[in-house]
Design a protein around this ligand. Structure first.
Ligand SMILES: *[C@@H]1O[C@H](CO)[C@@H](O)[C@H](O)[C@H]1NC(C)=O
Ligand SMILES: *[C@@H]1O[C@H](CO)[C@@H](O)[C@H](O)[C@H]1NC(C)=O
Ligand SMILES: *[C@@H]1O[C@H](CO)[C@@H](O)[C@H](O)[C@H]1NC(C)=O
Ligand SMILES: *[C@@H]1O[C@H](CO)[C@@H](O)[C@H](O)[C@H]1NC(C)=O
Length: 332
């Protein structure tokens, strides 16, 4: 009974404490860090060799520039105080990853530059909450080799994407196709793979050449025979090559679906016929054997009968001979 009445004031107290801490933090964040130049809406901290996100940024900031520093991680919370941020330039830093929570509250952000960092992948959560983003730059992240096919599924307002100069060998063209306002995609400087598995991408690039400003520099790197060939040119070769391959595959499928089972059933029928014949032959053989046995028995019976007769005759003869010889010299 006493439990809640004791806990309740305790809880309100800890809540009050928490909010005081939060407000203090927000107030601290509200000033202008000494490394930055702050005007009413612009906070510019370019090229200050910062290793960490600046401790104080005015809450009124609409444009935040942190370019040319050495910041290796985004803060979990601090960016989320800047709910009115429209423009964030984080280019030329050392970011290896972007925790999804750090961009959670940037719902009005329209411009994000993450170029020249050390990002390795873009997952389906990375830009999940940037529902108003229009320009997205993630070029020159040499190790960026994976972009999830759902990476932009929440970013319907995207108009410009720059993913040039990365380590991409493939991306799902479908994720670009579904962006209704897309009008520029930079793709050059990636080690693109041009084969039948990536054919949807190469075809997409060919069809959408007009929205790829650097299309004249988008080349294949793999496989080696196509190295240096423009992707839009490789797309034609791939189209016919992969079609004939598909036809070949179709033939194989046909073989396995029709000819294979045909041969199989033919062999079964042959087998069946053969075993039937064998069974018939065996029965015939058995019958013959039976007849043969019967015959042999009959012969042997006859023979034994005859031999009995002969033996009897011989014994009888011998007996008579013996009786004739008895007492005299039979050898003569
Ligand atoms: C930010 O500061 C840098 C260096 O002082 C300057 O070159 C750049 O033009 C500034 N950016 C803006 C938007 O004022
Ligand atoms: C801040 O402004 C001062 C004076 O205008 C300038 O010398 C300095 O380079 C600026 N710093 C940044 C980071 O923009
Ligand atoms: C950036 O920071 C890392 C350590 O976090 C350091 O090793 C490196 O020298 C720094 N680079 C520059 C250009 O300051
Ligand atoms: C293609 O690359 C060359 C050399 O890197 C560069 O000078 C040129 O401006 C690029 N063209 C386009 C359209 O990006």
């Amino acid at each position: 009974m006493d439990g809640p009445s004791i806990l309740l004031p305790l809880c309100t107290r800890c809540l009050r404490l928490l909010s005081v801490v939060l407000v203090a933090r927000v107030l601290a964040a509200a000033g202008c860090a000494p490394e930055c130049n702050c005007s009413q809406f612009l906070t510019n901290c370019t090229g200050r060799q910062l290793r960490h996100f600046p401790a104080a940024i005015p809450l009124s900031t609409r444009q935040l520039i942190l370019a040319d520093n050495n910041i290796s991680s985004l803060p979990a919370l601090d960016l989320n105080y800047l709910g009115g941020l429209l423009h964030l330039d984080f280019s030329s830093n050392s970011l290896a990853e972007i925790p999804p929570s750090s961009l959670l509250n940037l719902q009005v952000l329209v411009y994000l530059d993450l170029s020249h960092n050390q990002l390795r992948k873009i997952t389906h959560l990375t830009f999940r909450y940037l529902t108003n983003i229009i320009v997205l730059k993630a070029s020159r992240n040499k190790e960026l080799s994976f972009i999830d096919s759902r990476a932009f599924s929440a970013n319907h307002k995207l108009q410009e994407i720059d993913i040039s100069g990365n380590g991409l060998t493939f991306i799902d063209a479908g994720m670009l196709e579904t962006l209704p306002h897309l009008r520029s995609v930079r793709l050059s400087g990636n080690p693109w793979t041009c084969n039948c598995n990536t054919q949807t991408l190469t075809s997409w690039m060919k069809l959408n050449r007009r929205i790829i400003p650097d299309a004249a520099n988008v080349t294949c790197t793999f496989p080696s025979p196509l190295q240096g060939v423009l992707v839009v040119e490789a797309a034609d070769k791939l189209f016919s090559l992969c079609r004939s391959k598909r036809q070949l595959k179709l033939r194989e499928v046909l073989y396995f679906c029709l000819i294979g089972p045909g041969l199989f059933s033919a062999s079964i029928i042959l087998n069946l016929t053969f075993s039937l014949l064998m069974a018939h032959f065996n029965r015939f053989k058995k019958k013959e054997l039976k007849r043969y046995r019967k015959l042999r028995r009959a012969i042997s019976f006859k023979y034994s009968k005859r031999s009995n007769v002969i033996t009897q005759e011989i014994t009888a003869k011998a007996n008579t001979n013996m009786s004739v010889c008895r007492g005299t010299e039979c050898n003569q």
